[in-house]
Design a binder for this molecule. Structure first.
Ligand code: ATP
Ligand code: MG
Length: 162
C-alpha cells in the first residue's frame, strides 16, 4: 500500500504519546513535504513499535526523550528515519549484534525488562523485505540512534494534474 509516511509515523507516535504522557517526551522533526512510500502497514508498524519501545525501555533517566528525524533524499528516491534516545547505549563491539536473533546486551540487565531479543531481528527482516536497510549508532552511557532507510518518492504538485 502507498502511504504518506509522515502521517503513518505521526499516528504511531501519537499512540505512544497517549500511553507515555507522563514519562516520555517525543520530539518530531518532519519535512514540510509529504514523503510517499509503499509499505505493508502492519509489518512496518511492528518495526516502529519495537524500535520505539526499545528507545523507551532502555532509557532510565526521566524525563525520557525520543527524537524522530524524517528526511527525504530526493535524488536517490529514499527516505531516512532516525530514532534517537538518550538511554543506556550499546558498547561499540556489540552494536551490530543487536539485530541477531535472541541477542540481548546484558542478560542480567535485560532479564528484568522482559522481552525475547527477537524484536530487532524481525524488524530487520521486515525492513529488508521492503528493500530497505536498518542499522544502529550508539555510545555506551549516552544513547542510541536507529536508522531506517526505505525507498520512497516525493509526489510533486506538478504531477497532480491528470
Ligand atoms: P523484544 O523486542 O523481543 O521484546 P528485546 O527488546 O530484548 O526483546 P530487541 O528489540 O531485538 O530485543 O533488542 C535486542 C537487544 O538490543 C536488547 O535486549 C538490548 O540489549 C539492545 N537494545 C535494543 N535497542 C536498544 C536501545 N535503544 N538502547 C539500548 N539497548 C538497546
Ligand atoms: Mg525490543
Amino acid at each position: 500500500e502507498i502511504v504518506n509516511f509522515n502521517m503513518f509515523l505521526d499516528r504511531i507516535i501519537e499512540r505512544f504519546e497517549m500511553t507515555h504522557k507522563e514519562d516520555v517526551q517525543f520530539i518530531k522533526n518532519f519535512p514540510n513535504t509529504a514523503i510517499f512510500t509503499e509499505i505493508a502497514i502492519d509489518k512496518m508498524g511492528q518495526v516502529l513499535d519495537n524500535v520505539i519501545s526499545n528507545a523507551i525501555k532502555y532509557q532510565q533517566r526521566e524525563p525520557k526523550r525520543v527524537e524522530f528525524y524524517l528526511q527525504q533524499n530526493s535524488y536517490y528516491n529514499r527516505l531516512t528515519l532516525r530514532i534517537k534516545d538518550y538511554g543506556l547505549g550499546i558498547p561499540n563491539s556489540k552494536v551490530d549484534r543487536i539485530f541477531d536473533r535472541f541477542y540481548r546486551i546484558d542478560k542480567a540487565r535485560t532479564r528484568k525488562m522482559g522481552g525475547t531479543g527477537l524484536g530487532l531481528a524481525i524488524s530487520k527482516e521486515i525492513v529488508e523485505a521492503h528493500d530497505g536497510k536498518i542499522w544502529a549508532n550508539s555510545i555506551e552511557g549516552e544513547g542510541t540512534t536507529i536508522f531506517i532507510n526505505l525507498p520512497s518518492e516525493v509526489i510533486n504538485e506538478d504531477d497532480w494534474d491528470v
